[in-house]
Design a protein around this ligand. Sequence first.
Ligand SMILES: Cc1cc2nc3c(=O)[nH]c(=O)nc-3n(C[C@H](O)[C@H](O)[C@H](O)COP(=O)(O)O)c2cc1C
Length: 247
Amino acid sequence: MKSESKSESIVDLTTEFCGLRLPNPFLLASAPPTADAAMIKRALALGWGGAVTKIIPPDGMVITDVSPRLKALQKDNGAIFGLENIELISLKPLSLWLDEIREIKRCFPQNIIIASLMADVNEEQWQRMAIALQKAGADALELNFSCPHGMPEKGLGSAIGQDEELTGLITSWVKAVVSIPVIVKLSPNVTDIRRLALAAEKGGADGLAAINVEHFSMHLPGQLMFRAIRWEAICTSCLLLLCFVFL
Ligand SMILES: Cc1cc2nc3c(=O)[nH]c(=O)nc-3n(C[C@H](O)[C@H](O)[C@H](O)COP(=O)(O)O)c2cc1C
């Protein structure tokens, strides 16, 4: 079946990533625009090369979203200078996402769908999810070890990405049961992201995604937070440059 995507272009933008062939290097990150099959299909029809799904939870995990999902970052005088995302993970459980992934791949076989997943620190749960997502047609998996609000207080997301041992261990659990590429999404909320990147590599990761949401600034008062964010932006740029050069 021919892809419905508008991929015919006068310039060849095809890109290879972790052994996958993308029609172009434009990949939607895991976030509200990838909340369901209808939204992802619309984006692919408009020309995106692929998409990373919103983080998929195991069946039965209770997700309670906050409202509103963006926190205004304000200076001392009340002026808003930014918004911080405090959204949780997908409200759709694994069983619903399996059908959504099958449907997207049926309509867009040439485009890349990376399934983002999150589970408890439980080998059987990670492996069961990974196998099911691969079987549904996901082209790759993105292990979310980086979400600062979904839900580190329960030992998930960035709580995993702040622990080298768990990062390597869970990556190796997933790698042991799937043949598609496994990408680890790293957290910037660590002292030295290189140690976590190396732990993921040791666990067998095929690629790394940097980065998710920076967290600490929400708790600082106005002007200090503004300075901290400027500093974070400089550090993040330097860090990304280093990753690009060395990894
Ligand atoms: C509202 C919102 C929701 C997000 N949800 C997720 C998510 O569920 N999983 C995830 O891995 N990243 C999530 N992210 C992070 C994005 O995927 C991305 O890593 C982050 O926004 C940094 O990329 P950017 O600089 O292009 O925005 C979210 C970001 C926003 C703004």
